[in-house]
Design a protein around this ligand. Structure first.
Ligand SMILES: CCCCC/C=C\C/C=C\C/C=C\C/C=C\C/C=C\C=C\C(=O)SCCNC(=O)CCNC(=O)[C@H](O)C(C)(C)COP(=O)(O)OP(=O)(O)OC[C@H]1O[C@@H](n2cnc3c(N)ncnc32)[C@H](O)[C@@H]1OP(=O)(O)O
Ligand SMILES: Cc1cc2nc3c(=O)[nH]c(=O)nc-3n(C[C@H](O)[C@H](O)[C@H](O)COP(=O)(O)OP(=O)(O)OC[C@H]3O[C@@H](n4cnc5c(N)ncnc54)[C@H](O)[C@@H]3O)c2cc1C
Length: 667
């Protein structure tokens, strides 16, 4: 059966058209699985079509040739055009549609509303009282004001309990006095803080009558709403260029005894009364919920970053010809090499795995916020925190690796900014740091794991959450030919062994006299290994669950091939644990390898369509190599010609220096 869409393929590179003809499934149907519903997948296509009809939103100068100022200005111009068409393009207040619109039109290099949408509004939703929402949420949603999330400081990021910015309550004036006592207390890094935002959620240490209550969120006006000048008592600016994200004005911020009304402490869960008495929240870490929200989105967002790099690399690999196999009359598509497939296909599988996980964790967060806001039920917080802490660390790490492999798979052209892969890499790997440095977050996940192991050791397995239940599974011999469940069993044994070993090591140091903190640090590497295995097991199980639930037979078959590749690749990747503990034999290892190689062959005919199914427009991809039409060489030449260096034949550097130098040499 052919699923070739004639309309789209006419005029495309015939090599790509051939790939699309061999697909065994319908890419629209696959898109429904990727984006979670038929409705959203269709809306995405509709939005893309509407964008393509607005001339002011089409390509201008390539981003690679722009300065930072030009990138920021261009993003703002696009935002302005979008705001004129907002209601005709998307359903107002639909977060997913808004994200898609921004991703496609503005891209990934940052823009003034990125933190407004992803952290400022969500913090108001989860932390502001009804009365406070009445005052600010509507204005924020209408974009009358622009907000960001200012938490990290020059000297403090990971350790929130040591934030230095203070918010000292003054009962006589019923105000909080925000202050930056030292240079290390300057807020540093918040996206869109430097030049764009006029409001911020500021995390500061709440101090009442000389007692510190730890970090709390405050809404703070930073700039005059008419002039956009910083208010007196506020120092604010841009922190300078970064590895990527240079369309964003990450900023610094200092307060000089800056006063805000009592009502600016976000008070949905805690309160400071006029006399200064403090009502504590139902859960000590409820003020951290915006970070949990972003972490819960990261499996999806990172999956989409890696997907963009792989669309580019896979399409290019189907067009690029180098060397020969049997037929010596025509060079072979590089995608036919087993090494190229081994470089790219496991990452395709991870993209799907991460996205399926992301769909689940986004829903888990939504449910948690409903439970907390409607019923004051915070019982799901600990589990979601440990899950998303592990997940953000694992997905960002593998996404970075996958994107870098995609770049190398494009040979020299991958290194050119025409591929756009270097930019995707720079943006994606920021995720290893933001929302919690990966090691720090793996150690948060490990806290939950150690607690669970201790429960088992203390004879209380019934108290384990479902995610930890595998820690009670007995060792068994597993026949891998049975299917995915057998792989899960082996993975469970590996993850369980490592969790127990790491906990045992921790306890051993404590028994020898170390404090828990010191023993923890001496066991930290082993603990992070346990967290990674635990998280990868979760990802694997989500992938299996999702594939099992699919009803479209051809889509399910294609994803089953991908799932098999994932199972074999993951198990092979952690085989050293299994071999060391005698969980797997070398014969089983050979079986896994053979399964892996045969999965590569099965996936080969569907590779391009598996990536086409993400339905990224050329506008969103911003890649000369990855365009849907596959006319790589013509487009590369056009792109190079548009380089500012090629706008004149003789550059000033030549007339000013090289020519005189050469002339001098002739004398
Ligand atoms: C933005 C997403 C992407 C969208 C992209 C879409 C399109 C792309 C287009 C454009 C994008 C453009 C721009 C976006 C770009 C950039 C990134 C955006 C935003 C980035 C924002 C930030 O980075 S904000 C700052 C984030 N900072 C951190 O994450 C700091 C990390 N540190 C911490 O979270 C904490 O300090 C800690 C968790 C490590 C420790 O906290 P502490 O209070 O010290 O607690 P303890 O360690 O003592 O633990 C005590 C117990 O509390 C439990 N716990 C901790 N946290 C939580 C929690 N949140 N919920 C529940 N429970 C928690 C902990 O487990 C302990 O429990 P036990 O005692 O039982 O063990
Ligand atoms: C692109 C980007 C956007 C950002 N946007 C925002 C934003 O909008 N708002 C905002 O508030 N912040 C933002 N940040 C800041 C970001 O959240 C912090 O950089 C991040 O939380 C890490 O903190 P840090 O920089 O203090 O790292 P550090 O904690 O100093 O980490 C340095 C090293 O120390 C290690 N380390 C630290 N603590 C421990 C520990 N307990 N155990 C073991 N090892 C440890 C880390 O693993 C790491 O290797 C952004 C950062 C980036 C890069």
């Amino acid at each position: 059966m052919s699923f070739l869409n004639k309309e789209i393929c006419d005029g495309d590179n015939p090599d790509l058209t051939e790939e699309r003809r061999t697909a065994t499934f319908d890419t629209d149907r696959m898109a429904q699985v990727i984006y979670g519903s038929e409705k959203f997948a269709a809306r995405r296509r509709q939005i893309t079509k509407s964008i393509s009809r607005i001339p002011a939103l089409q390509d201008t100068k390539p981003l690679a040739f722009m300065t930072r100022e030009e990138k920021i200005t261009e993003a703002c111009r696009e935002l302005d055009v979008l705001s004129d068409h907002w209601e005709q393009l998307i359903y107002v207040n639909d977060e997913e549609e808004a994200l898609h619109l921004h991703r496609e039109v503005i891209g990934m290099e940052g823009h003034p509303f990125a933190l407004h949408e992803t952290m400022f509004i969500p913090t108001l939703v989860s932390q502001a009282s009804d009365e406070q929402q009445e005052k600010w949420l509507g204005r924020a949603r209408k974009r009358e004001i622009i907000g960001c999330y200012a938490q990290t400081e020059l000297g403090h990021g990971s350790n929130l309990r040591k934030l230095e910015t203070t918010a000292t309550y003054s009962p006589s004036t019923q105000e909080f006095i925000l202050h930056t006592p030292t240079i290390t207390a300057l807020k540093w890094w918040p996206g869109a803080l430097g030049k764009s935002s006029n409001y911020a959620i500021v995390m500061a240490d709440l101090v009442i009558k000389n007692k510190s209550y730890g970090p709390h969120p405050f809404i703070v006006q930073l700039r005059d709403e008419k002039t956009h000048q910083p208010l007196p008592g506020i120092t604010v600016g841009d922190i300078g260029p970064k590895m990527a994200f240079n369309g964003a004005d990450n900023g610094f911020l200092g307060f000089d005894h800056f006063r805000i009304p009592r009502g600016n402490l976000l008070m949905r869960h805690n309160r400071v009364e006029p006399d200064g008495s403090y009502l504590k929240p139902p859960h000590a870490k409820i003020g951290y919920s915006s970070m949990v929200k972003v972490r819960s989105r990261m499996a999806m967002d990172q999956g989409l970053f890696m997907a963009q790099a792989l669309v580019i690399a896979v399409r290019y690999s189907a067009v690029r010809r180098q060397g020969f196999l049997e037929d010596k009359s025509q060079e072979v598509k590089v995608l036919d090499y087993q090494t190229q497939q081994h470089r790219l296909f496991p990452s395709i599988a991870r993209v799907y795995a991460f996205i399926f996980c992301g769909l689940e964790t986004i829903q888990l967060y939504e449910k948690l916020i409903l439970d907390v806001n409607k019923n004051g039920d915070t019982s799901g917080m600990a589990d979601l925190h440990s899950l998303t802490s592990g997940l953000k660390s694992v997905v960002t790490h593998f996404t970075g690796q996958g994107i870098e492999q995609a770049r190398m798979a494009c040979g020299g052209h991958g290194y050119s900014m025409a591929s756009y892969i270097s930019e995707i890499y720079g943006v994606a790997v920021a995720g290893c740091t933001y929302e919690g440095e990966n090691m720090v977050m793996l150690l948060q996940c490990a806290r939950a794991l150690v607690k669970a192991v201790e429960l088992v050791e203390e004879g209380h397995p019934e108290k384990l959450s479902p995610m930890m239940a595998y820690l009670t599974k007995p060792s068994v011999t597993v026949d891998l030919t049975v299917g995915p469940e057998a792989y899960v069993k082996i993975f469970q044994l590996i993850a369980k062994k490592q969790a127990f070993k790491a906990t045992e090591q921790l306890h051993k140091f404590m028994v020898a006299g170390d404090s828990r903190d010191v023993a923890w640090n001496k066991s930290a590497v082993e603990l992070t290994k346990a967290s990674r295995l635990h998280t990868r097991l979760y990802i694997l199980k989500t992938f299996i669950r999702r594939v099992e639930s699919i009803t479209d037979i051809s889509v399910k078959a294609a994803l089953t091939d991908l799932l098999n590749l994932h199972l074999n690749y993951e198990l092979l990747d952690v085989a050293s644990y299994a071999l060391a503990d005698g969980i797997m034999s070398s014969t089983q290892m050979d079986f896994i390898k053979n399964q892996l190689y045969s999965s590569l062959e099965k996936i080969r005919p569907n590779a391009v369509s598996l990536m086409d199914s993400f339905q990224f427009s050329d506008l969103q991809l911003r890649s000369v190599l990855g365009r849907r039409d596959g006319h790589v060489y013509q487009n590369l030449f056009e792109w190079a010609k548009s380089s500012p260096l090629n706008q004149s034949e003789v550059l000033p550097s030549v007339t000013q220096y090289l020519k005189p130098m050469m002339e001098k040499s002739k004398l």
